[in-house]
Design a protein around this ligand. Structure first.
Ligand SMILES: C[S@@+](CC[C@H](N)C(=O)[O-])C[C@H]1O[C@@H](n2cnc3c(N)ncnc32)[C@H](O)[C@@H]1O
Length: 239
């Protein structure tokens, strides 16, 4: 199952529910941007890659950016559009690997919420970091957030409860391999009083923050901020 079909056939339908309260999560993202000085200071344009249902796009728009929200999943972009009413956000249905599809003059590129680990391999991440560097003007910034999955979990630690209510239970199961983790998203959903199970899986890359920092500096960026929030690595780099 490719990442794209995993989202199309499984995860997109319950992604917003799984993520929890949108306003709370969006506010957390907005606070990180504001506290780290990620505010408009150039052409006020941002490209948000793997935008999903809009946690970063909405935050950036509220902070004064005009946002191009790029994602290959139409369901999630439709969710985002429904939330973006009145905000300067334009959605772009595209694969983030296809840079010419979204290349525009922008002072900020974001790829957050663990989207980076969805890419096939390290070489793709490295190539893209180089292409994003070329796209940005001097002083332009790149913000990344992702999970460091380099440390292996064992046994029952690999069952991760994500969210549950009266009608749905979502659990992740992790299977470790060299270089990647296979993530199984198990959804139990109540239908006519019966629990129906749906399971699908995809691969996530295992990359440490130091390794991503090396890729950033190798491409010419200066890493200006590194935070770890709720086990998510946040990196801010400047050209
Ligand atoms: C884990 S979600 C993160 C969404 C959002 N940034 C957040 O923090 O909630 C990953 C998103 O990236 C999108 N995605 C993954 N790989 C992609 C690719 N190659 N091109 C475009 N979108 C991609 C998925 O459709 C999904 O919306």
């Amino acid at each position: 199952m490719s990442v794209q079909s995993h989202y199309e056939n499984h995860l997109a339908a319950f992604y917003a529910w799984m993520s929890g309260n949108f306003e709370t999560k969006q506010q957390e993202q907005q606070e990180w941007f504001a506290s780290r000085g990620v505010l408009p200071r150039g052409n006020k344009t941002a490209i948000d890659l793997g935008a999903g249902h809009g946690l970063q796009s909405v935050s950036l728009a509220k902070l004064g950016f005009t946002v191009f929200a790029v994602d290959f999943n139409q369901h999630l972009l439709s969710d985002l559009n429904a939330r973006a009413k009145g905000l300067p956000i334009r959605t772009v249905l595209a694969n983030l690997k296809d840079v010419p599809q979204y290349a525009t003059e922008a002072e900020l590129i974001t790829c957050m919420g663990d989207t980076l680990t969805h890419l096939e391999n390290i070489e793709t991440v490295q190539t893209l970091i180089g292409q994003w560097f070329d796209l940005l003007p001097a002083g332009g910034r790149l913000a990344l957030s992702f999970r460091d999955l380099t440390e292996e979990l064992f046994g029952e630690q690999r069952f991760i409860p994500i969210r549950a209510d009266d009608d749905r239970i979502h659990t992740c199961f992790l299977e470790y391999a060299p270089g990647y983790v296979r993530v199984y998203d198990q959804l139990l959903e109540k239908s006519n009083g019966e629990w129906i199970q749906k399971v699908s899986s995809y691969r996530k890359l295992r990359m440490g923050a130091d390794f991503v920092k090396e890729m950033l500096t190798g491409a010419g960026f200066r890493v200006v901020q590194h935070d770890v929030i709720a086990r998510m690595q946040y990196l801010l780099a400047e050209k």
